[in-house]
Write a protein that binds this ligand. Sequence first.
Ligand SMILES: Cc1cc2nc3c(=O)[nH]c(=O)nc-3n(C[C@H](O)[C@H](O)[C@H](O)COP(=O)(O)OP(=O)(O)OC[C@H]3O[C@@H](n4cnc5c(N)ncnc54)[C@H](O)[C@@H]3O)c2cc1C
Length: 241
Amino acid sequence: MAITTFRAKVREHELLAGRFQYVDFELMSPARIQFQGGQYLIMKVPGMEERRNYSIASEPAQDHSVEILVDISPGGDGSLYLASLSPGDEAEFMAPAGVFVVADPESELGRAEEKLLFVATGSGISSIRSQILDLLQTKKDKREMYLHWGMRYVEDLFWEEEFRELAEFFPNFHFDLVLSRPPRQWSLCSGYVTHCVAEHHKDFSKIGVYLCGNGQMLVDMTTLLTERGIQKEHIHTEKFF
Ligand SMILES: Cc1cc2nc3c(=O)[nH]c(=O)nc-3n(C[C@H](O)[C@H](O)[C@H](O)COP(=O)(O)OP(=O)(O)OC[C@H]3O[C@@H](n4cnc5c(N)ncnc54)[C@H](O)[C@@H]3O)c2cc1C
């Protein structure tokens, strides 16, 4: 779908874990969208020339609405605007944008990606949620998929129940939550997500890697993957800041 200007109405607006603004927009005009998991929208912030980009967190099969998930802790104009919205408010954005999409399994690139590794930090889970829901629920993709999601504190967590349920339902999906500042009784991986990936995965052959989040994680992961011999074209990235 060519990039299009959408008018939409806020249907649901919820602050998760005290700092992640979830917004569900019902599309008004046009009323339907076609996009690929991992793409983003370009939000108009009233009174500002500059726009803000937000990955679409919902799955492409859901075409009459889009969900976004925004870390509002930066506190800039985009964060303030999205936090200020209420159900019924109207908004304008352009979509879909971006090329952070899972390689088509029928393409030469996709055929070489027999396993998929997803790594997110913070709100970077947004685009990856869309990709994973699309692969598992709509495309019924049977490849082994691993999601490592790095957060700081246990108090920051949201959506982990949804990923755990997906992992229970789809035997080819594996979910690993990583906390850099875990509580004492934390039994899962702790520290930086890159270290946990290095510990978990010894075989990086025929893998496609999808990284989304902060710049430092992208740099650290890319260094690790390059050292393990993964070709650049199989390291797909989306940098939020
Ligand atoms: C392709 C793309 C997709 C994106 N998708 C998402 C998304 O789905 N969810 C999401 O939360 N963000 C996403 N972002 C980041 C988003 O576009 C904004 O940059 C972010 O919301 C901050 O905007 P702001 O207006 O609140 O702050 P700004 O006015 O832009 O910045 C305020 C201050 O905070 C710093 N800062 C900016 N972003 C961050 C951050 N994430 N963490 C810490 N400090 C920061 C800036 O350097 C500046 O000092 C995406 C960015 C890109 C490029």
